[in-house]
Ligand binder design. Structure first.
Ligand code: IVH
Length: 701
């Protein structure tokens, strides 16, 4: 092949020309490969074509039109990763767990190869890294593509992200084979993992459960800048496509990789018997806690590549290699305390605080306890000596107490019935289907609880609630973090506080005179709000838009709702009144009663009332074509959820029913509609499509 001209030297016209020509060529080869199963060029040459095509496109972005081949890989949407077909599949390893199985493995290999007693057999032993495997393709020594394992046959193109990993060379040293697919593990060290989670916590992001998840989450980022900010490492331990083998043994292959500048694990050694393998396994196990990265076993591989070839594969794993896994490590320690954390939805979760203990290679001072019932079932008490087990995740779990070591004064654990963050009552809902309490206990102080506050505030200002323009999720996060807004009423005091110089929004980053004025206008515009929206905005559990409308219609004023709900203790007439409302059952009634029974919510409601005037429910469009009618939705709606459709129907003044009867006026049928549609046509009920239904949008009151 003629050496192509450097891309920088191409004129726009030349680039367009070559791009088009390459595109045609690639399409032809794709057809031969995929449809005709008869490729006419090598995979490497095909890759070179694609490579060039993409490079031209990167340099001349105007060529990246929607029908460019770069947009079509794997038919994946552009914001997802492109798929990469592994030319040599990335297989997995068989697992073994004890010494006997090591002897079996060696015996099996010897038998298969027909080795005589006493004939030597060299087998390597190296740590099994607990990260995610990755295939790096080098052509003429240059890194051209990186892919995740995926299903072993097809992975994701993470080239841009892998390029940000400092340890992985973009160009190999020495004289590597022309085509070299290096396989190995991307991982994160314990220290970097801990630092990352600290950062995640500080910025309110979700924590990673273990370094493996953190490494995977960091590599599979759509924005390579994020990957770059997360320290990742790599160990090379295998290969895929390779144009010439630089060595004839596993050991020497890894030495060659090292000479090319690739990072390899220093703990790999050559053994000559099952006994030596086991001794090496014990040694690596003893180092485990001090390595600084997670390993979950030791991998044994027959050293000679010729023998590897003869041994081959059984299903998806090589016969010439196996993984000797570490057992899920257990340890005993003392449970010092049970801490209760409150999540963003108000769920109370227990966390065991332990005397620090090394388990599975990491020092643990916390353990998961799952939930209240689990603690009771295992009768875990503070002060107990407990067995903990770590199975991959950083936080080990508590298996149970060692009863012989229990002290006399250890008392059964009482799960708190109030929220440790805000002091509000914490309750367990009854699942109406089973009649049993749910596993999770939740804080009812949704308006005041710091743990829930941000989510509640977002809901409060959201489109179908107060709909405050300029107060999106991100701003709420910022304002909350900086103490400008703690509870909902604080939103309405922002303009006044600014006027009095108590705060200074104008000077904040991302703000200016105009945006502050717009925000204040939006806030002032919402000082009066229809009752149904007001109820919805409170974020009472199980009270979505539809139930908020039901309550608004039934009670007509907020005061009436509040009075009844406050009196709605179990068994009361007030409770029955709510419970008997159409569409509202026991679970919802209880959630409403719990919400209004909480004094702290009351305080916020009072403060809110000083700021906001609640006006009667949004006038329902009495002129809409479906006003006063009964509608049934059936089949799947594609443009809105059932709840949204229902809310829209109600705004249009219609009633929604679950089944078709003589009283039904209209059926909205989506794809897959079945018996209800049949019934409708039998009864002669008018039927419309979702499309027709959507045309009614905008006619709501
Ligand atoms: S060799 C054909 N060596 O373990 C065999 N794999 O359970 C190729 N792994 O998918 C794999 N450390 O992600 C090999 N030193 C090591 C390894 C290792 C971790 C992973 C790899 C593989 C999985 C199999």
């Amino acid at each position: 092949m003629k050496k192509p001209a450097p891309i920088e030297s191409l004129s726009a016209a030349e680039a367009r020309h070559e791009h088009a020509r390459l595109g045609e060529e690639i399409v032809t080869h794709d057809r031969r490969y995929y449809a005709e199963d008869a490729p006419t060029i090598s995979d490497a040459d095909y890759d070179a074509l694609r490579q060039r095509y993409e490079a031209i496109e990167a340099a001349f972005p105007e060529l990246a039109t929607p029908d460019s081949l770069t947009k079509k890989i794997g038919a994946a949407p552009s914001e997802k990763f492109a798929k990469v077909r592994h030319r040599v599949p990335m297989l997995s390893l068989g697992n073994i767990f004890d010494d006997e199985e090591v002897a079996d493995f060696v015996a099996r290999v010897r038998r298969f190869l027909g080795l005589k007693e006493g004939a030597p057999l060299a087998i390597t032993a190296e740590p099994k890294i607990d990260g995610l495997s990755c295939s790096l393709r080098f052509e003429s020594g240059k890194l051209v593509q990186a892919a995740t394992r995926g299903d072993g046959y097809e992975g994701e193109d993470v080239t841009a992200n892998v390029r940000t990993i400092g340890e992985i060379p973009k160009a190999l040293k020495g004289t590597p084979p022309d085509i070299l697919e290096v396989r190995g593990e991307v991982y994160m060290t314990h220290a970097d993992f801990a630092a990352l989670n600290t950062r995640q916590k500080e910025t309110g992001k979700t924590l990673f459960a273990n370094p493996r998840n953190a490494a995977a989450g960091s590599l599979r980022q759509l924005d390579p800048a994020i990957t770059a900010s997360r320290p990742l490492h790599f160990f090379a331990y295998a290969w895929g496509e390779i144009s010439t083998l630089p060595a004839s043994t596993q050991m020497d292959m890894i030495a060659a990789f090292k000479s090319f500048g690739l990072p390899v694990n220093p703990l790999m050694v050559l053994c000559h018997s099952a006994e030596e393998l086991i001794a090496r396994y014990r040694h690596i196990e003893s180092l485990r806690a001090r390595l600084g990265y997670d390993i979950d076993g030791v991998v044994y591989k027959v050293d000679s590549l010729a023998l590897q070839n003869r041994l081959g594969f059984v299903s998806r794993a090589p016969r010439w290699a196996t993984a000797h896994k570490f057992p899920a490590e257990k340890a005993t320690t003392v449970l010092r305390a049970i801490e209760i954390n409150v999540g963003r939805t108000g769920a109370l979760t227990p966390l065991a605080k332990l005397d620090p203990v090394t388990v599975g290679g990491v020092v643990a001072s916390n353990a998961t306890l799952h939930n209240e019932d689990e603690i009771a079932r295992k009768d875990i008490r503070i002060g107990d000596t407990v067995t903990v087990q770590r199975a991959g995740d950083v936080i080990p779990q508590i298996l149970g107490p060692i009863l012989e070591k229990r002290t006399k004064d250890a008392k059964p654990y009482q799960f708190p019935e109030t929220c440790p963050i805000c002091g509000s009552a914490a309750v367990r809902e009854i699942d109406p289907k089973t009649g049993e309490a749910e596993a999770v206990r939740r804080c009812t102080g949704s308006l005041v609880c710091r743990a829930q506050a941000v989510e509640r505030l977002k809901h409060f200002a959201s489109r179908n609630a107060f709909d405050i323009e300029g107060l999106g999720d991100e701003r709420i996060e910022q304002f909350f973090r900086d103490g400008l807004i703690k509870t909902a009423p604080d939103i309405f005091t922002l303009p006044d506080r600014e006027r009095r110089g108590l705060i200074n929004l104008k000077e904040r980053e991302g703000f200016g005179e105009l945006s502050v004025r717009n925000l204040f206008n939006a806030i002032i515009a919402r000082r009066s709000l229809p009752l149904n929206r007001f109820i919805y905005a409170l974020g009472i559990r199980h009270v979505g838009e539809t139930n908020a409308r039901r309550l608004a219609r039934h009670f007509e004023t907020f005061e009436a709702l509040r009075r009844t709900a406050q009196a709605a203790s179990e068994g009361s007439d007030a409770r029955a009144e709510i419970n008997n409302m159409e569409g509202i059952g026991e679970v919802v009634a209880e959630a409403i009663a719990d919400f209004f029974a909480e004094k702290r919510n009351e305080e916020v409601l009072d403060a809110l009332h000083k700021q906001v005037t609640v006006v009667p429910m949004e006038a329902v469009a009495s002129t809409s074509p479906v006003a006063g009618k009964t509608i049934v939705f059936t089949g799947s709606l594609e443009r809105m959820t059932r709840d949204e459709a229902k809310a829209m129907a109600e705004r249009l003044g219609a009633k929604v029913a679950a089944s078709v009867s003589k009283k039904t006026d209209l059926v909205v049928a989506g794809p897959g509609a079945g018996s209800k549609l049949a019934k409708a046509s039998e009864l002669g009920v008018e039927t419309i499509s979702e499309e027709d239904w959507l045309k009614l949008k905008g006619q709501e009151g």
